[in-house]
Design a protein around this ligand. Structure first.
Ligand SMILES: Nc1ncnc2c1ncn2[C@@H]1O[C@H](COP(=O)(O)OP(=O)(O)OP(=O)(O)O)[C@@H](O)[C@H]1O
Length: 341
């Protein structure tokens, strides 16, 4: 499988008179291969946006090597820009323009046939609303319009920074369906999120970042398997007696309310045999598999965020941030940021 995004040892620090030097990304590695829907997961302030901005040439890195579709970034990014669509942070559009007009302008500016406009509106489910002014759009519709703008070039790689941010449950579901349909159409998707549920539902691969460093990477189930302690939840009538019997049989066991948790057993037969031989019948024997939430908690030292943003980095003040925008590598919407690609 070919590498679509490669990041090796990326470092990026920010300097300010007030706070001195702050290392945002600290020797970070990332590998996204063709066809993956790759989740980039980390708490607020862990370095996700900075990484994506560095990858897209929007901020200069201190050191490290990055490649997008085989081209060194940012030096040769322009060569592959036509094959990459990216949205970093929430999009901003002219409220007085319709989605159709907005996309038409972007298509012309990007040298894309304007026939693509109807196609991408259809793709993101905005076909019937495309001639309405963007001012009247919901946040979810604006997000879909942003995705539509990134799809104009028919990209092989789509990079989405927190696509579910600020969306209500229905909007999140629509965004999820959209990403799935793009993946089914063969687009490689790299999406960042601090919301575990999103990653678990959409992504096949995940890279977890904490304080600017990669702390786990791989197929979602492989990352989870690495944290499997082979635990079993045991229900019996007399848990105190059962705990003594299991401990005597060499099974590490702890109490969990009126149940027991046995650890380190690939096969639970020893539990039922040991207890059954002494006339204690097992009522419940359930494997306890790690979920992404417990793995995230263990790796990042912070509780995962299910919906609301939460500040977890050690700075007191919120990060100074640039204005929000949609970035299409060679097209910017909503502000006049210079794209270095
Ligand atoms: N322009 C900047 N100037 C100074 N510090 C910055 C700047 N941008 C980001 N940082 C700092 O870099 C660190 C990483 O921030 P970044 O936005 O990359 O994190 P994130 O994982 O994307 O967070 P979130 O989930 O909140 O978007 C934070 O400590 C942040 O305060």
């Amino acid at each position: 499988m070919s590498a679509v995004v490669e990041i090796d040892g990326l470092r990026k620090s920010f300097h300010s008179l007030r706070h001195g030097r702050r290392v945002a990304v600290d020797g970070f590695d990332l590998l996204v291969e063709a066809g993956q829907v790759h989740g980039f997961l980390g708490p607020n302030g862990s370095g996700k946006t900075t990484t994506l901005r560095a990858l897209l040439g929007l901020v200069r890195s201190d050191s490290g090597r990055m490649r997008v579709l085989g081209a060194e970034s940012p030096q040769r990014l322009a060569e592959v820009a036509g094959r990459v669509g990216a949205i970093v942070e929430s999009p901003q559009f002219f409220g007085n323009f319709t989605a159709h007009r907005t996309l038409r302008l972007l298509a012309v500016a990007g040298g894309v046939p304007t026939t693509r406009v109807d196609e991408v509106l259809e793709q993101v489910g905005l076909r019937d609303r495309g001639h309405e002014r963007v001012r009247g759009y919901s946040l979810g519709m604006k997000q879909r319009l942003a995705v539509a703008s990134a799809l104009l070039k028919n990209p092989e790689l789509l990079i989405l920074d927190e696509p579910a941010n600020g969306l209500d449950p229905a909007g999140i579901r629509e965004m999820r369906d959209l990403v799935r349909s793009l993946a089914a159409a063969g687009v490689t998707v790299l999406l960042s999120s601090h919301i575990l549920g999103e990653i678990q539902l959409i992504c096949d691969h995940v890279t977890i970042i904490s304080r600017g460093r990669r702390v786990a990477a791989g197929r979602v189930e492989e990352v989870l398997a690495g944290f499997d302690q082979h635990q079993w939840r045991v229900g019996v009538a007399d848990p105190g007696h059962a705990a003594q019997l299991l401990a005597a049989a060499g099974v590490p066991v702890t109490a969990d309310g009126d149940h027991l948790v046995a650890t380190g057993l690939a096969d639970p037969e020893v539990i039922s045999r040991t207890l059954g031989e002494q006339g204690l019948w097992v009522r419940e024997l359930t494997p306890l598999r790690p979920d992404l939430e417990s793995v995230f908690l263990e790796l990042t030292g912070t509780a995962p965020d299910r919906a609301e943003p939460r500040q977890v980095d050690d700075s007191v003040l919120p990060a100074p941030r640039r204005s929000e925008s949609t970035i299409d590598l060679d097209v910017t919407v909503g502000d006049n940021r210079e794209v270095q690609a």
